[in-house]
Design a protein around this ligand. Structure first.
Ligand SMILES: CC(C)(COP(=O)(O)OP(=O)(O)OC[C@H]1O[C@@H](n2cnc3c(N)ncnc32)[C@H](O)[C@@H]1OP(=O)(O)O)[C@@H](O)C(=O)NCCC(=O)NCCS
Length: 167
């Protein structure tokens, strides 16, 4: 079994998407949208690695058209948070989250939000423990996830937006 120290984090690069096929499951339209956002400096992502293999990713959006998610000034939004199924429950997610929160604070942001599906009780408990303890609102549509026809994806059981205020 791998120990936490065998994982490291770094800023993700657009070329890394080619290796994270397991995370995107052919959702190339959304990947293209994220690529554009990264090129424009509106978003970035961090990856976790072991043995030079990417096993986790977490994306930061500095701004969103929904300003309750992110406002480009002091509130950021997190999405596309996943650990490869072979590496879950080994501390990768927590390592990535810790690194990304540090990064957001270092840019002077004061708050961060994350969306979680309404029926994901275990995940909601974890996020709450990590600081995302203020419920903001229900979201039906995911503004950052596209269907193959270009329309916005809807959350399977509705999404709940949670806020973490630093300090
Ligand atoms: C959510 C996800 C990214 C977490 O990544 P991970 O690498 O498995 O997370 P970790 O191993 O760091 O565990 C995170 C926390 O959950 C707890 N945990 C992990 N596996 C658990 C399990 N099977 N049962 C209960 N708690 C568990 C850990 O103890 C840890 O809590 P801690 O902060 O007290 O240490 C991962 O499960 C995943 O990719 N899920 C599928 C995609 C998804 O749902 N993404 C979130 C979208 S909102």
């Amino acid at each position: 079994m791998l120990s936490k120290s065998q994982f490291s984090t770094r800023l993700g690069h657009i070329k890394d998407f080619a290796e994270i096929k397991w995370g995107w499951e052919g959702n190339l339209l959304t990947q293209g949208k994220f690529t554009e956002g990264i090129k424009k400096g509106k978003q970035e992502f961090w990856v976790a690695e072991t043995d030079n293999r990417i096993v986790g990713e977490l994306h930061i959006l500095w701004d969103s058209e929904d300003h309750e998610e992110a406002n480009g000034v002091d509130r950021a939004y997190l999405c596309a948070f996943r650990t490869h199924s072979d590496f879950q429950s080994k501390g990768v997610g927590k390592l990535l989250m810790t690194r990304v929160l540090d990064r957001i604070i270092s840019r002077g942001f004061k708050e961060v939000t994350i969306c979680v599906e309404q029926d994901a009780d275990e995940l909601k408990t974890i996020y709450k423990k990590w600081g995302f303890n203020t419920f903001v609102k229900i979201k039906d549509v995911d503004l950052h996830n596209l269907n193959p026809d270009g329309s916005l994806k809807t959350f399977a059981t509705a999404g709940e937006l949670y806020l973490y205020k630093f300090e």
